[in-house]
Design a protein around this ligand. Structure first.
Ligand code: 5AD
Ligand code: SF4
Length: 441
């Protein structure tokens, strides 16, 4: 009986790779498919439809997804009725070529095709469906994502990127910039607040380039800050060139906007920044950091760093290390340069050898560990408001949450503290990755 019931409602298993944007897109896809009658399955073995939402930012990300796809193909071989789909940036990047490489795929759909997923999955065809049209108008505004739960939720406010950094595939796979109407953003945040969400993270590939009519990103921050129930606001990822006075003023004026910013720098060498077509110099970046720190005292900063970009010499790399020290980032995401087809840098080449990239990567990671340690140690003795997410991984009755600086803080729980509470915590020790404290109530 239960089995018959399952058959009337198809089940879908969705696995997500890549950035926060993809995680948010998967919540959107889950919402679209749920409304079309699909039930989520926890394991691929239990699903009628298996979807991978993929990333194309580096070759390694694509290799991982292809490896996983090969596993799932074996499952489909045993149970041919399974429909197997590849979604997201890699679908867009590789297009029809994927169907040749992976003939067992039933569906290849890019980031602007999710509205039509129920239709595609409903078509019982023999040939695979490939839909990778980019749609300048698609923002999925008002469609409603299925929030995964917890006190923090991610809200997509803009999609696409017009910056075309020389190394980056994003503008090609996600298309042009477009912003969600502010009313739709506000409505989504209100609904999330009503459902118990306390912190929203506004998302976009160049989130601070947000513009809808007269509403720029600074104005949007102010509008979201006016929503009752939302206690904290963050956003990611901004581009340094779009860090306008309006955005900085809103960050400074709105106490709900948390004093933390992820500000990707990529390199500390002017020569590399020019080759990367980032649109700023080291001096301009440092000047921006100074303006931000003046406007928002105690601001925590994280960044993205690429080592081994084509043409990077030892002195360019040293300049990156010097910049990291000078800014004193709280944390950094560090990457080896990965050549991507279609990008402007594709035809330049890949002059830094793999072992040399690996050496430079280890060096920036090691440096960042010590910088993070120093920044975290500076929190010891302070009382910080921690938004509680739930039990800490280390167990033993410890709870875990985030400080205003987006640092993980753990502390012993008490029966009256639950997820979603904001608790003042006195920090007693720190490592390069987290803070440990005790409730200061
Ligand atoms: N190789 C390595 N890292 C890259 N990133 C983007 N494209 C590449 C690439 N081709 C990094 C950048 C970006 C982050 C999301 O990924 O640092 O900010
Ligand atoms: Fe890629 Fe540059 Fe756009 Fe960021 S701003 S998504 S690095 S092209």
């Amino acid at each position: 009986m239960e089995h018959a019931e399952l058959k009337t409602q198809p089940t879908v298993y969705l696995e997500t790779y890549g950035c926060q944007m993809n995680i948010a897109d998967s919540e959107l896809i889950t919402g679209i498919l749920r409304r079309a009658g699909y039930i989520s399955a926890a394991r691929p073995e239990d699903a009628d439809v298996i979807l991978l939402n993929t990333c194309a930012i580096r070759e390694h990300a694509e290799e991982r997804a292809l490896g996983r796809l090969a596993d799932l193909a074996r499952l489909k071989h045993r149970r041919p009725a399974i429909r197997l789909g590849l979604l997201g940036c890699m679908a867009q990047h590789n297009r029809a070529r994927l169907v040749e490489k992976a003939p067992y795929l039933d569906l290849v759909a890019g980031p602007d095709s999710y509205r039509r997923l129920p239709e595609f999955l409903g078509q019982a065809g023999f040939d695979p469906i490939v839909d990778v049209r980019l749609d300048r108008g698609e923002t999925y505004a008002g469609l409603g994502a299925d929030h995964a739960g917890g006190p923090r939720a991610y809200v997509t406010v803009m999609r696409g990127c017009d910056r075309f950094c020389a190394f980056c595939v994003v503008p090609y796979v996600r298309g042009r910039e477009r912003s969600v109407p502010p009313e739709a953003v506000i409505e989504e945040c209100r609904a999330l607040a009503a459902g118990g969400v306390r912190e929203v993270v506004l998302l976009g590939q160049t989130v601070n380039a947000y513009r809808h009519g007269a509403v720029d990103f600074g104005r949007l921050l102010t509008m979201v800050a006016a929503i009752d129930g939302i206690g904290r606001i963050r956003f990611t990822s901004p581009h340094p060139c779009d860090m306008t006075p309006s955005v900085i003023a809103a960050m400074a004026a709105e106490s709900k906007v948390q004093p933390y910013l992820h500000l990707p720098v990529q390199s500390g060498s002017d020569r590399m920044l020019a080759a990367m077509e980032r649109g700023y110099s080291v001096g301009q970046y440092l000047e921006l950091v100074e303006r931000l720190r003046r406007a928002i005292p105690g601001l925590a900063l994280s960044t993205d760093i690429i080592v081994g970009f084509h043409g990077e010499e030892e002195n360019d790399f040293e300049a990156t290390m010097a910049l990291m020290r000078e800014v004193g980032f709280d944390s950094a995401f560090t990457f080896k340069y990965s050549v991507r087809e279609n990008t402007r840098a594709y035809r330049l080449g890949d002059s830094v050898s793999e072992p040399e990239k690996a050496r430079r990567l280890s060096a920036v990671i090691e440096l960042q560990e010590s910088l993070s340690m120093a920044r975290n140690q500076a929190q010891v003795g302070k009382v910080l408001d921690v938004l509680v997410e739930g039990p800490a991984r280390r167990g033993a009755g410890m709870l875990s949450g985030k400080s205003p600086h987006f640092k993980t803080a753990v502390f012993p729980g008490t029966p009256n503290i639950i997820a979603g509470d904001t608790v003042p915590v006195r920090i007693v020790s720190a490592s390069s990755h987290s803070l440990v404290g005790v409730p200061a109530i």
